[in-house]
Design a protein around this ligand. Structure first.
Ligand code: PRP
Ligand code: MN
Ligand code: MG
Length: 178
């Protein structure tokens, strides 16, 4: 039972593309040339962001892996309970790892994942999130790089869903219930 809503554009596809380009430059500065970077996308929300990021890193040695952690289910509220639904395929011990996320809200998902992955002793472990809602934070967590800081609005698009819909929008929009 979904309430009817409309989506208002908040961040255009063009602004996202420009920001992804900026961020890829910062990533290149952080990880030494000639060393492989393992990009770990958190399913499902990060799939578009990681796809754009890896192409901006086209001149680097990049490996792509995925991990699925879910906290929201089909609701607009976090359950505060992070479940690992799918683990990495590859080993990360001694490797350069960049965890790629779409949004940091309460912080439970990323802090849990970082805790889990750091126990595997990567050489370097960094995090990037396209969006950050700092006013919603419930656990102390800060990503190394953020695309955009946003207010506490319910957002969709560019990988982010509402009840599994709207991930395919090329921009970030806010849901307005009508
Ligand atoms: C959403 C979002 C982040 C997480 C952020 O994922 O994609 O992964 O919640 O919330 P938090 O900071 O409060 O933990 P969701 O659990 O909805 O799964 P999905 O990526 O498959 O949509
Ligand atoms: Mn997610
Ligand atoms: Mg979701």
């Amino acid at each position: 039972s979904e309430r009817p809503y409309v989506i208002d554009e908040m961040i255009s596809a063009k602004s996202i593309a420009a920001r992804v380009e900026d961020l890829s430059r910062k990533i290149k500065d952080e990880f030494p040339k000639g060393e492989r970077i393992v990009l770990v996308g958190l399913l499902r929300g990060s799939f578009i962001f990681i796809a754009d990021l890896v192409r901006e890193l086209g001149d680097r040695d990049v490996e792509v892996d995925f991990l699925e952690a879910s906290s929201y289910g089909n609701s607009t509220e976090s359950s505060r309970e992070v479940r690992i639904l799918k683990d990495l395929r590859g080993e990360i011990e001694g490797r350069n790892v960049l965890v790629v996320e779409d949004i940091v809200d309460t912080g439970y998902t990323l802090s849990h994942v970082i805790h889990l992955l750091s126990a595997r002793k990567p050489k370097k472990l960094k995090t990037i999130a396209l969006l950050d809602k700092p006013t919603r934070r419930e656990v102390d967590f800060k990503a190394d790089w953020i695309g955009f800081e946003i207010p506490d609005e319910f957002v969709v698009g560019y990988g982010i869903d509402y009840a599994q819909c709207n991930r395919n929008l090329p921009f970030i929009g806010k849901v307005r219930f009508i």
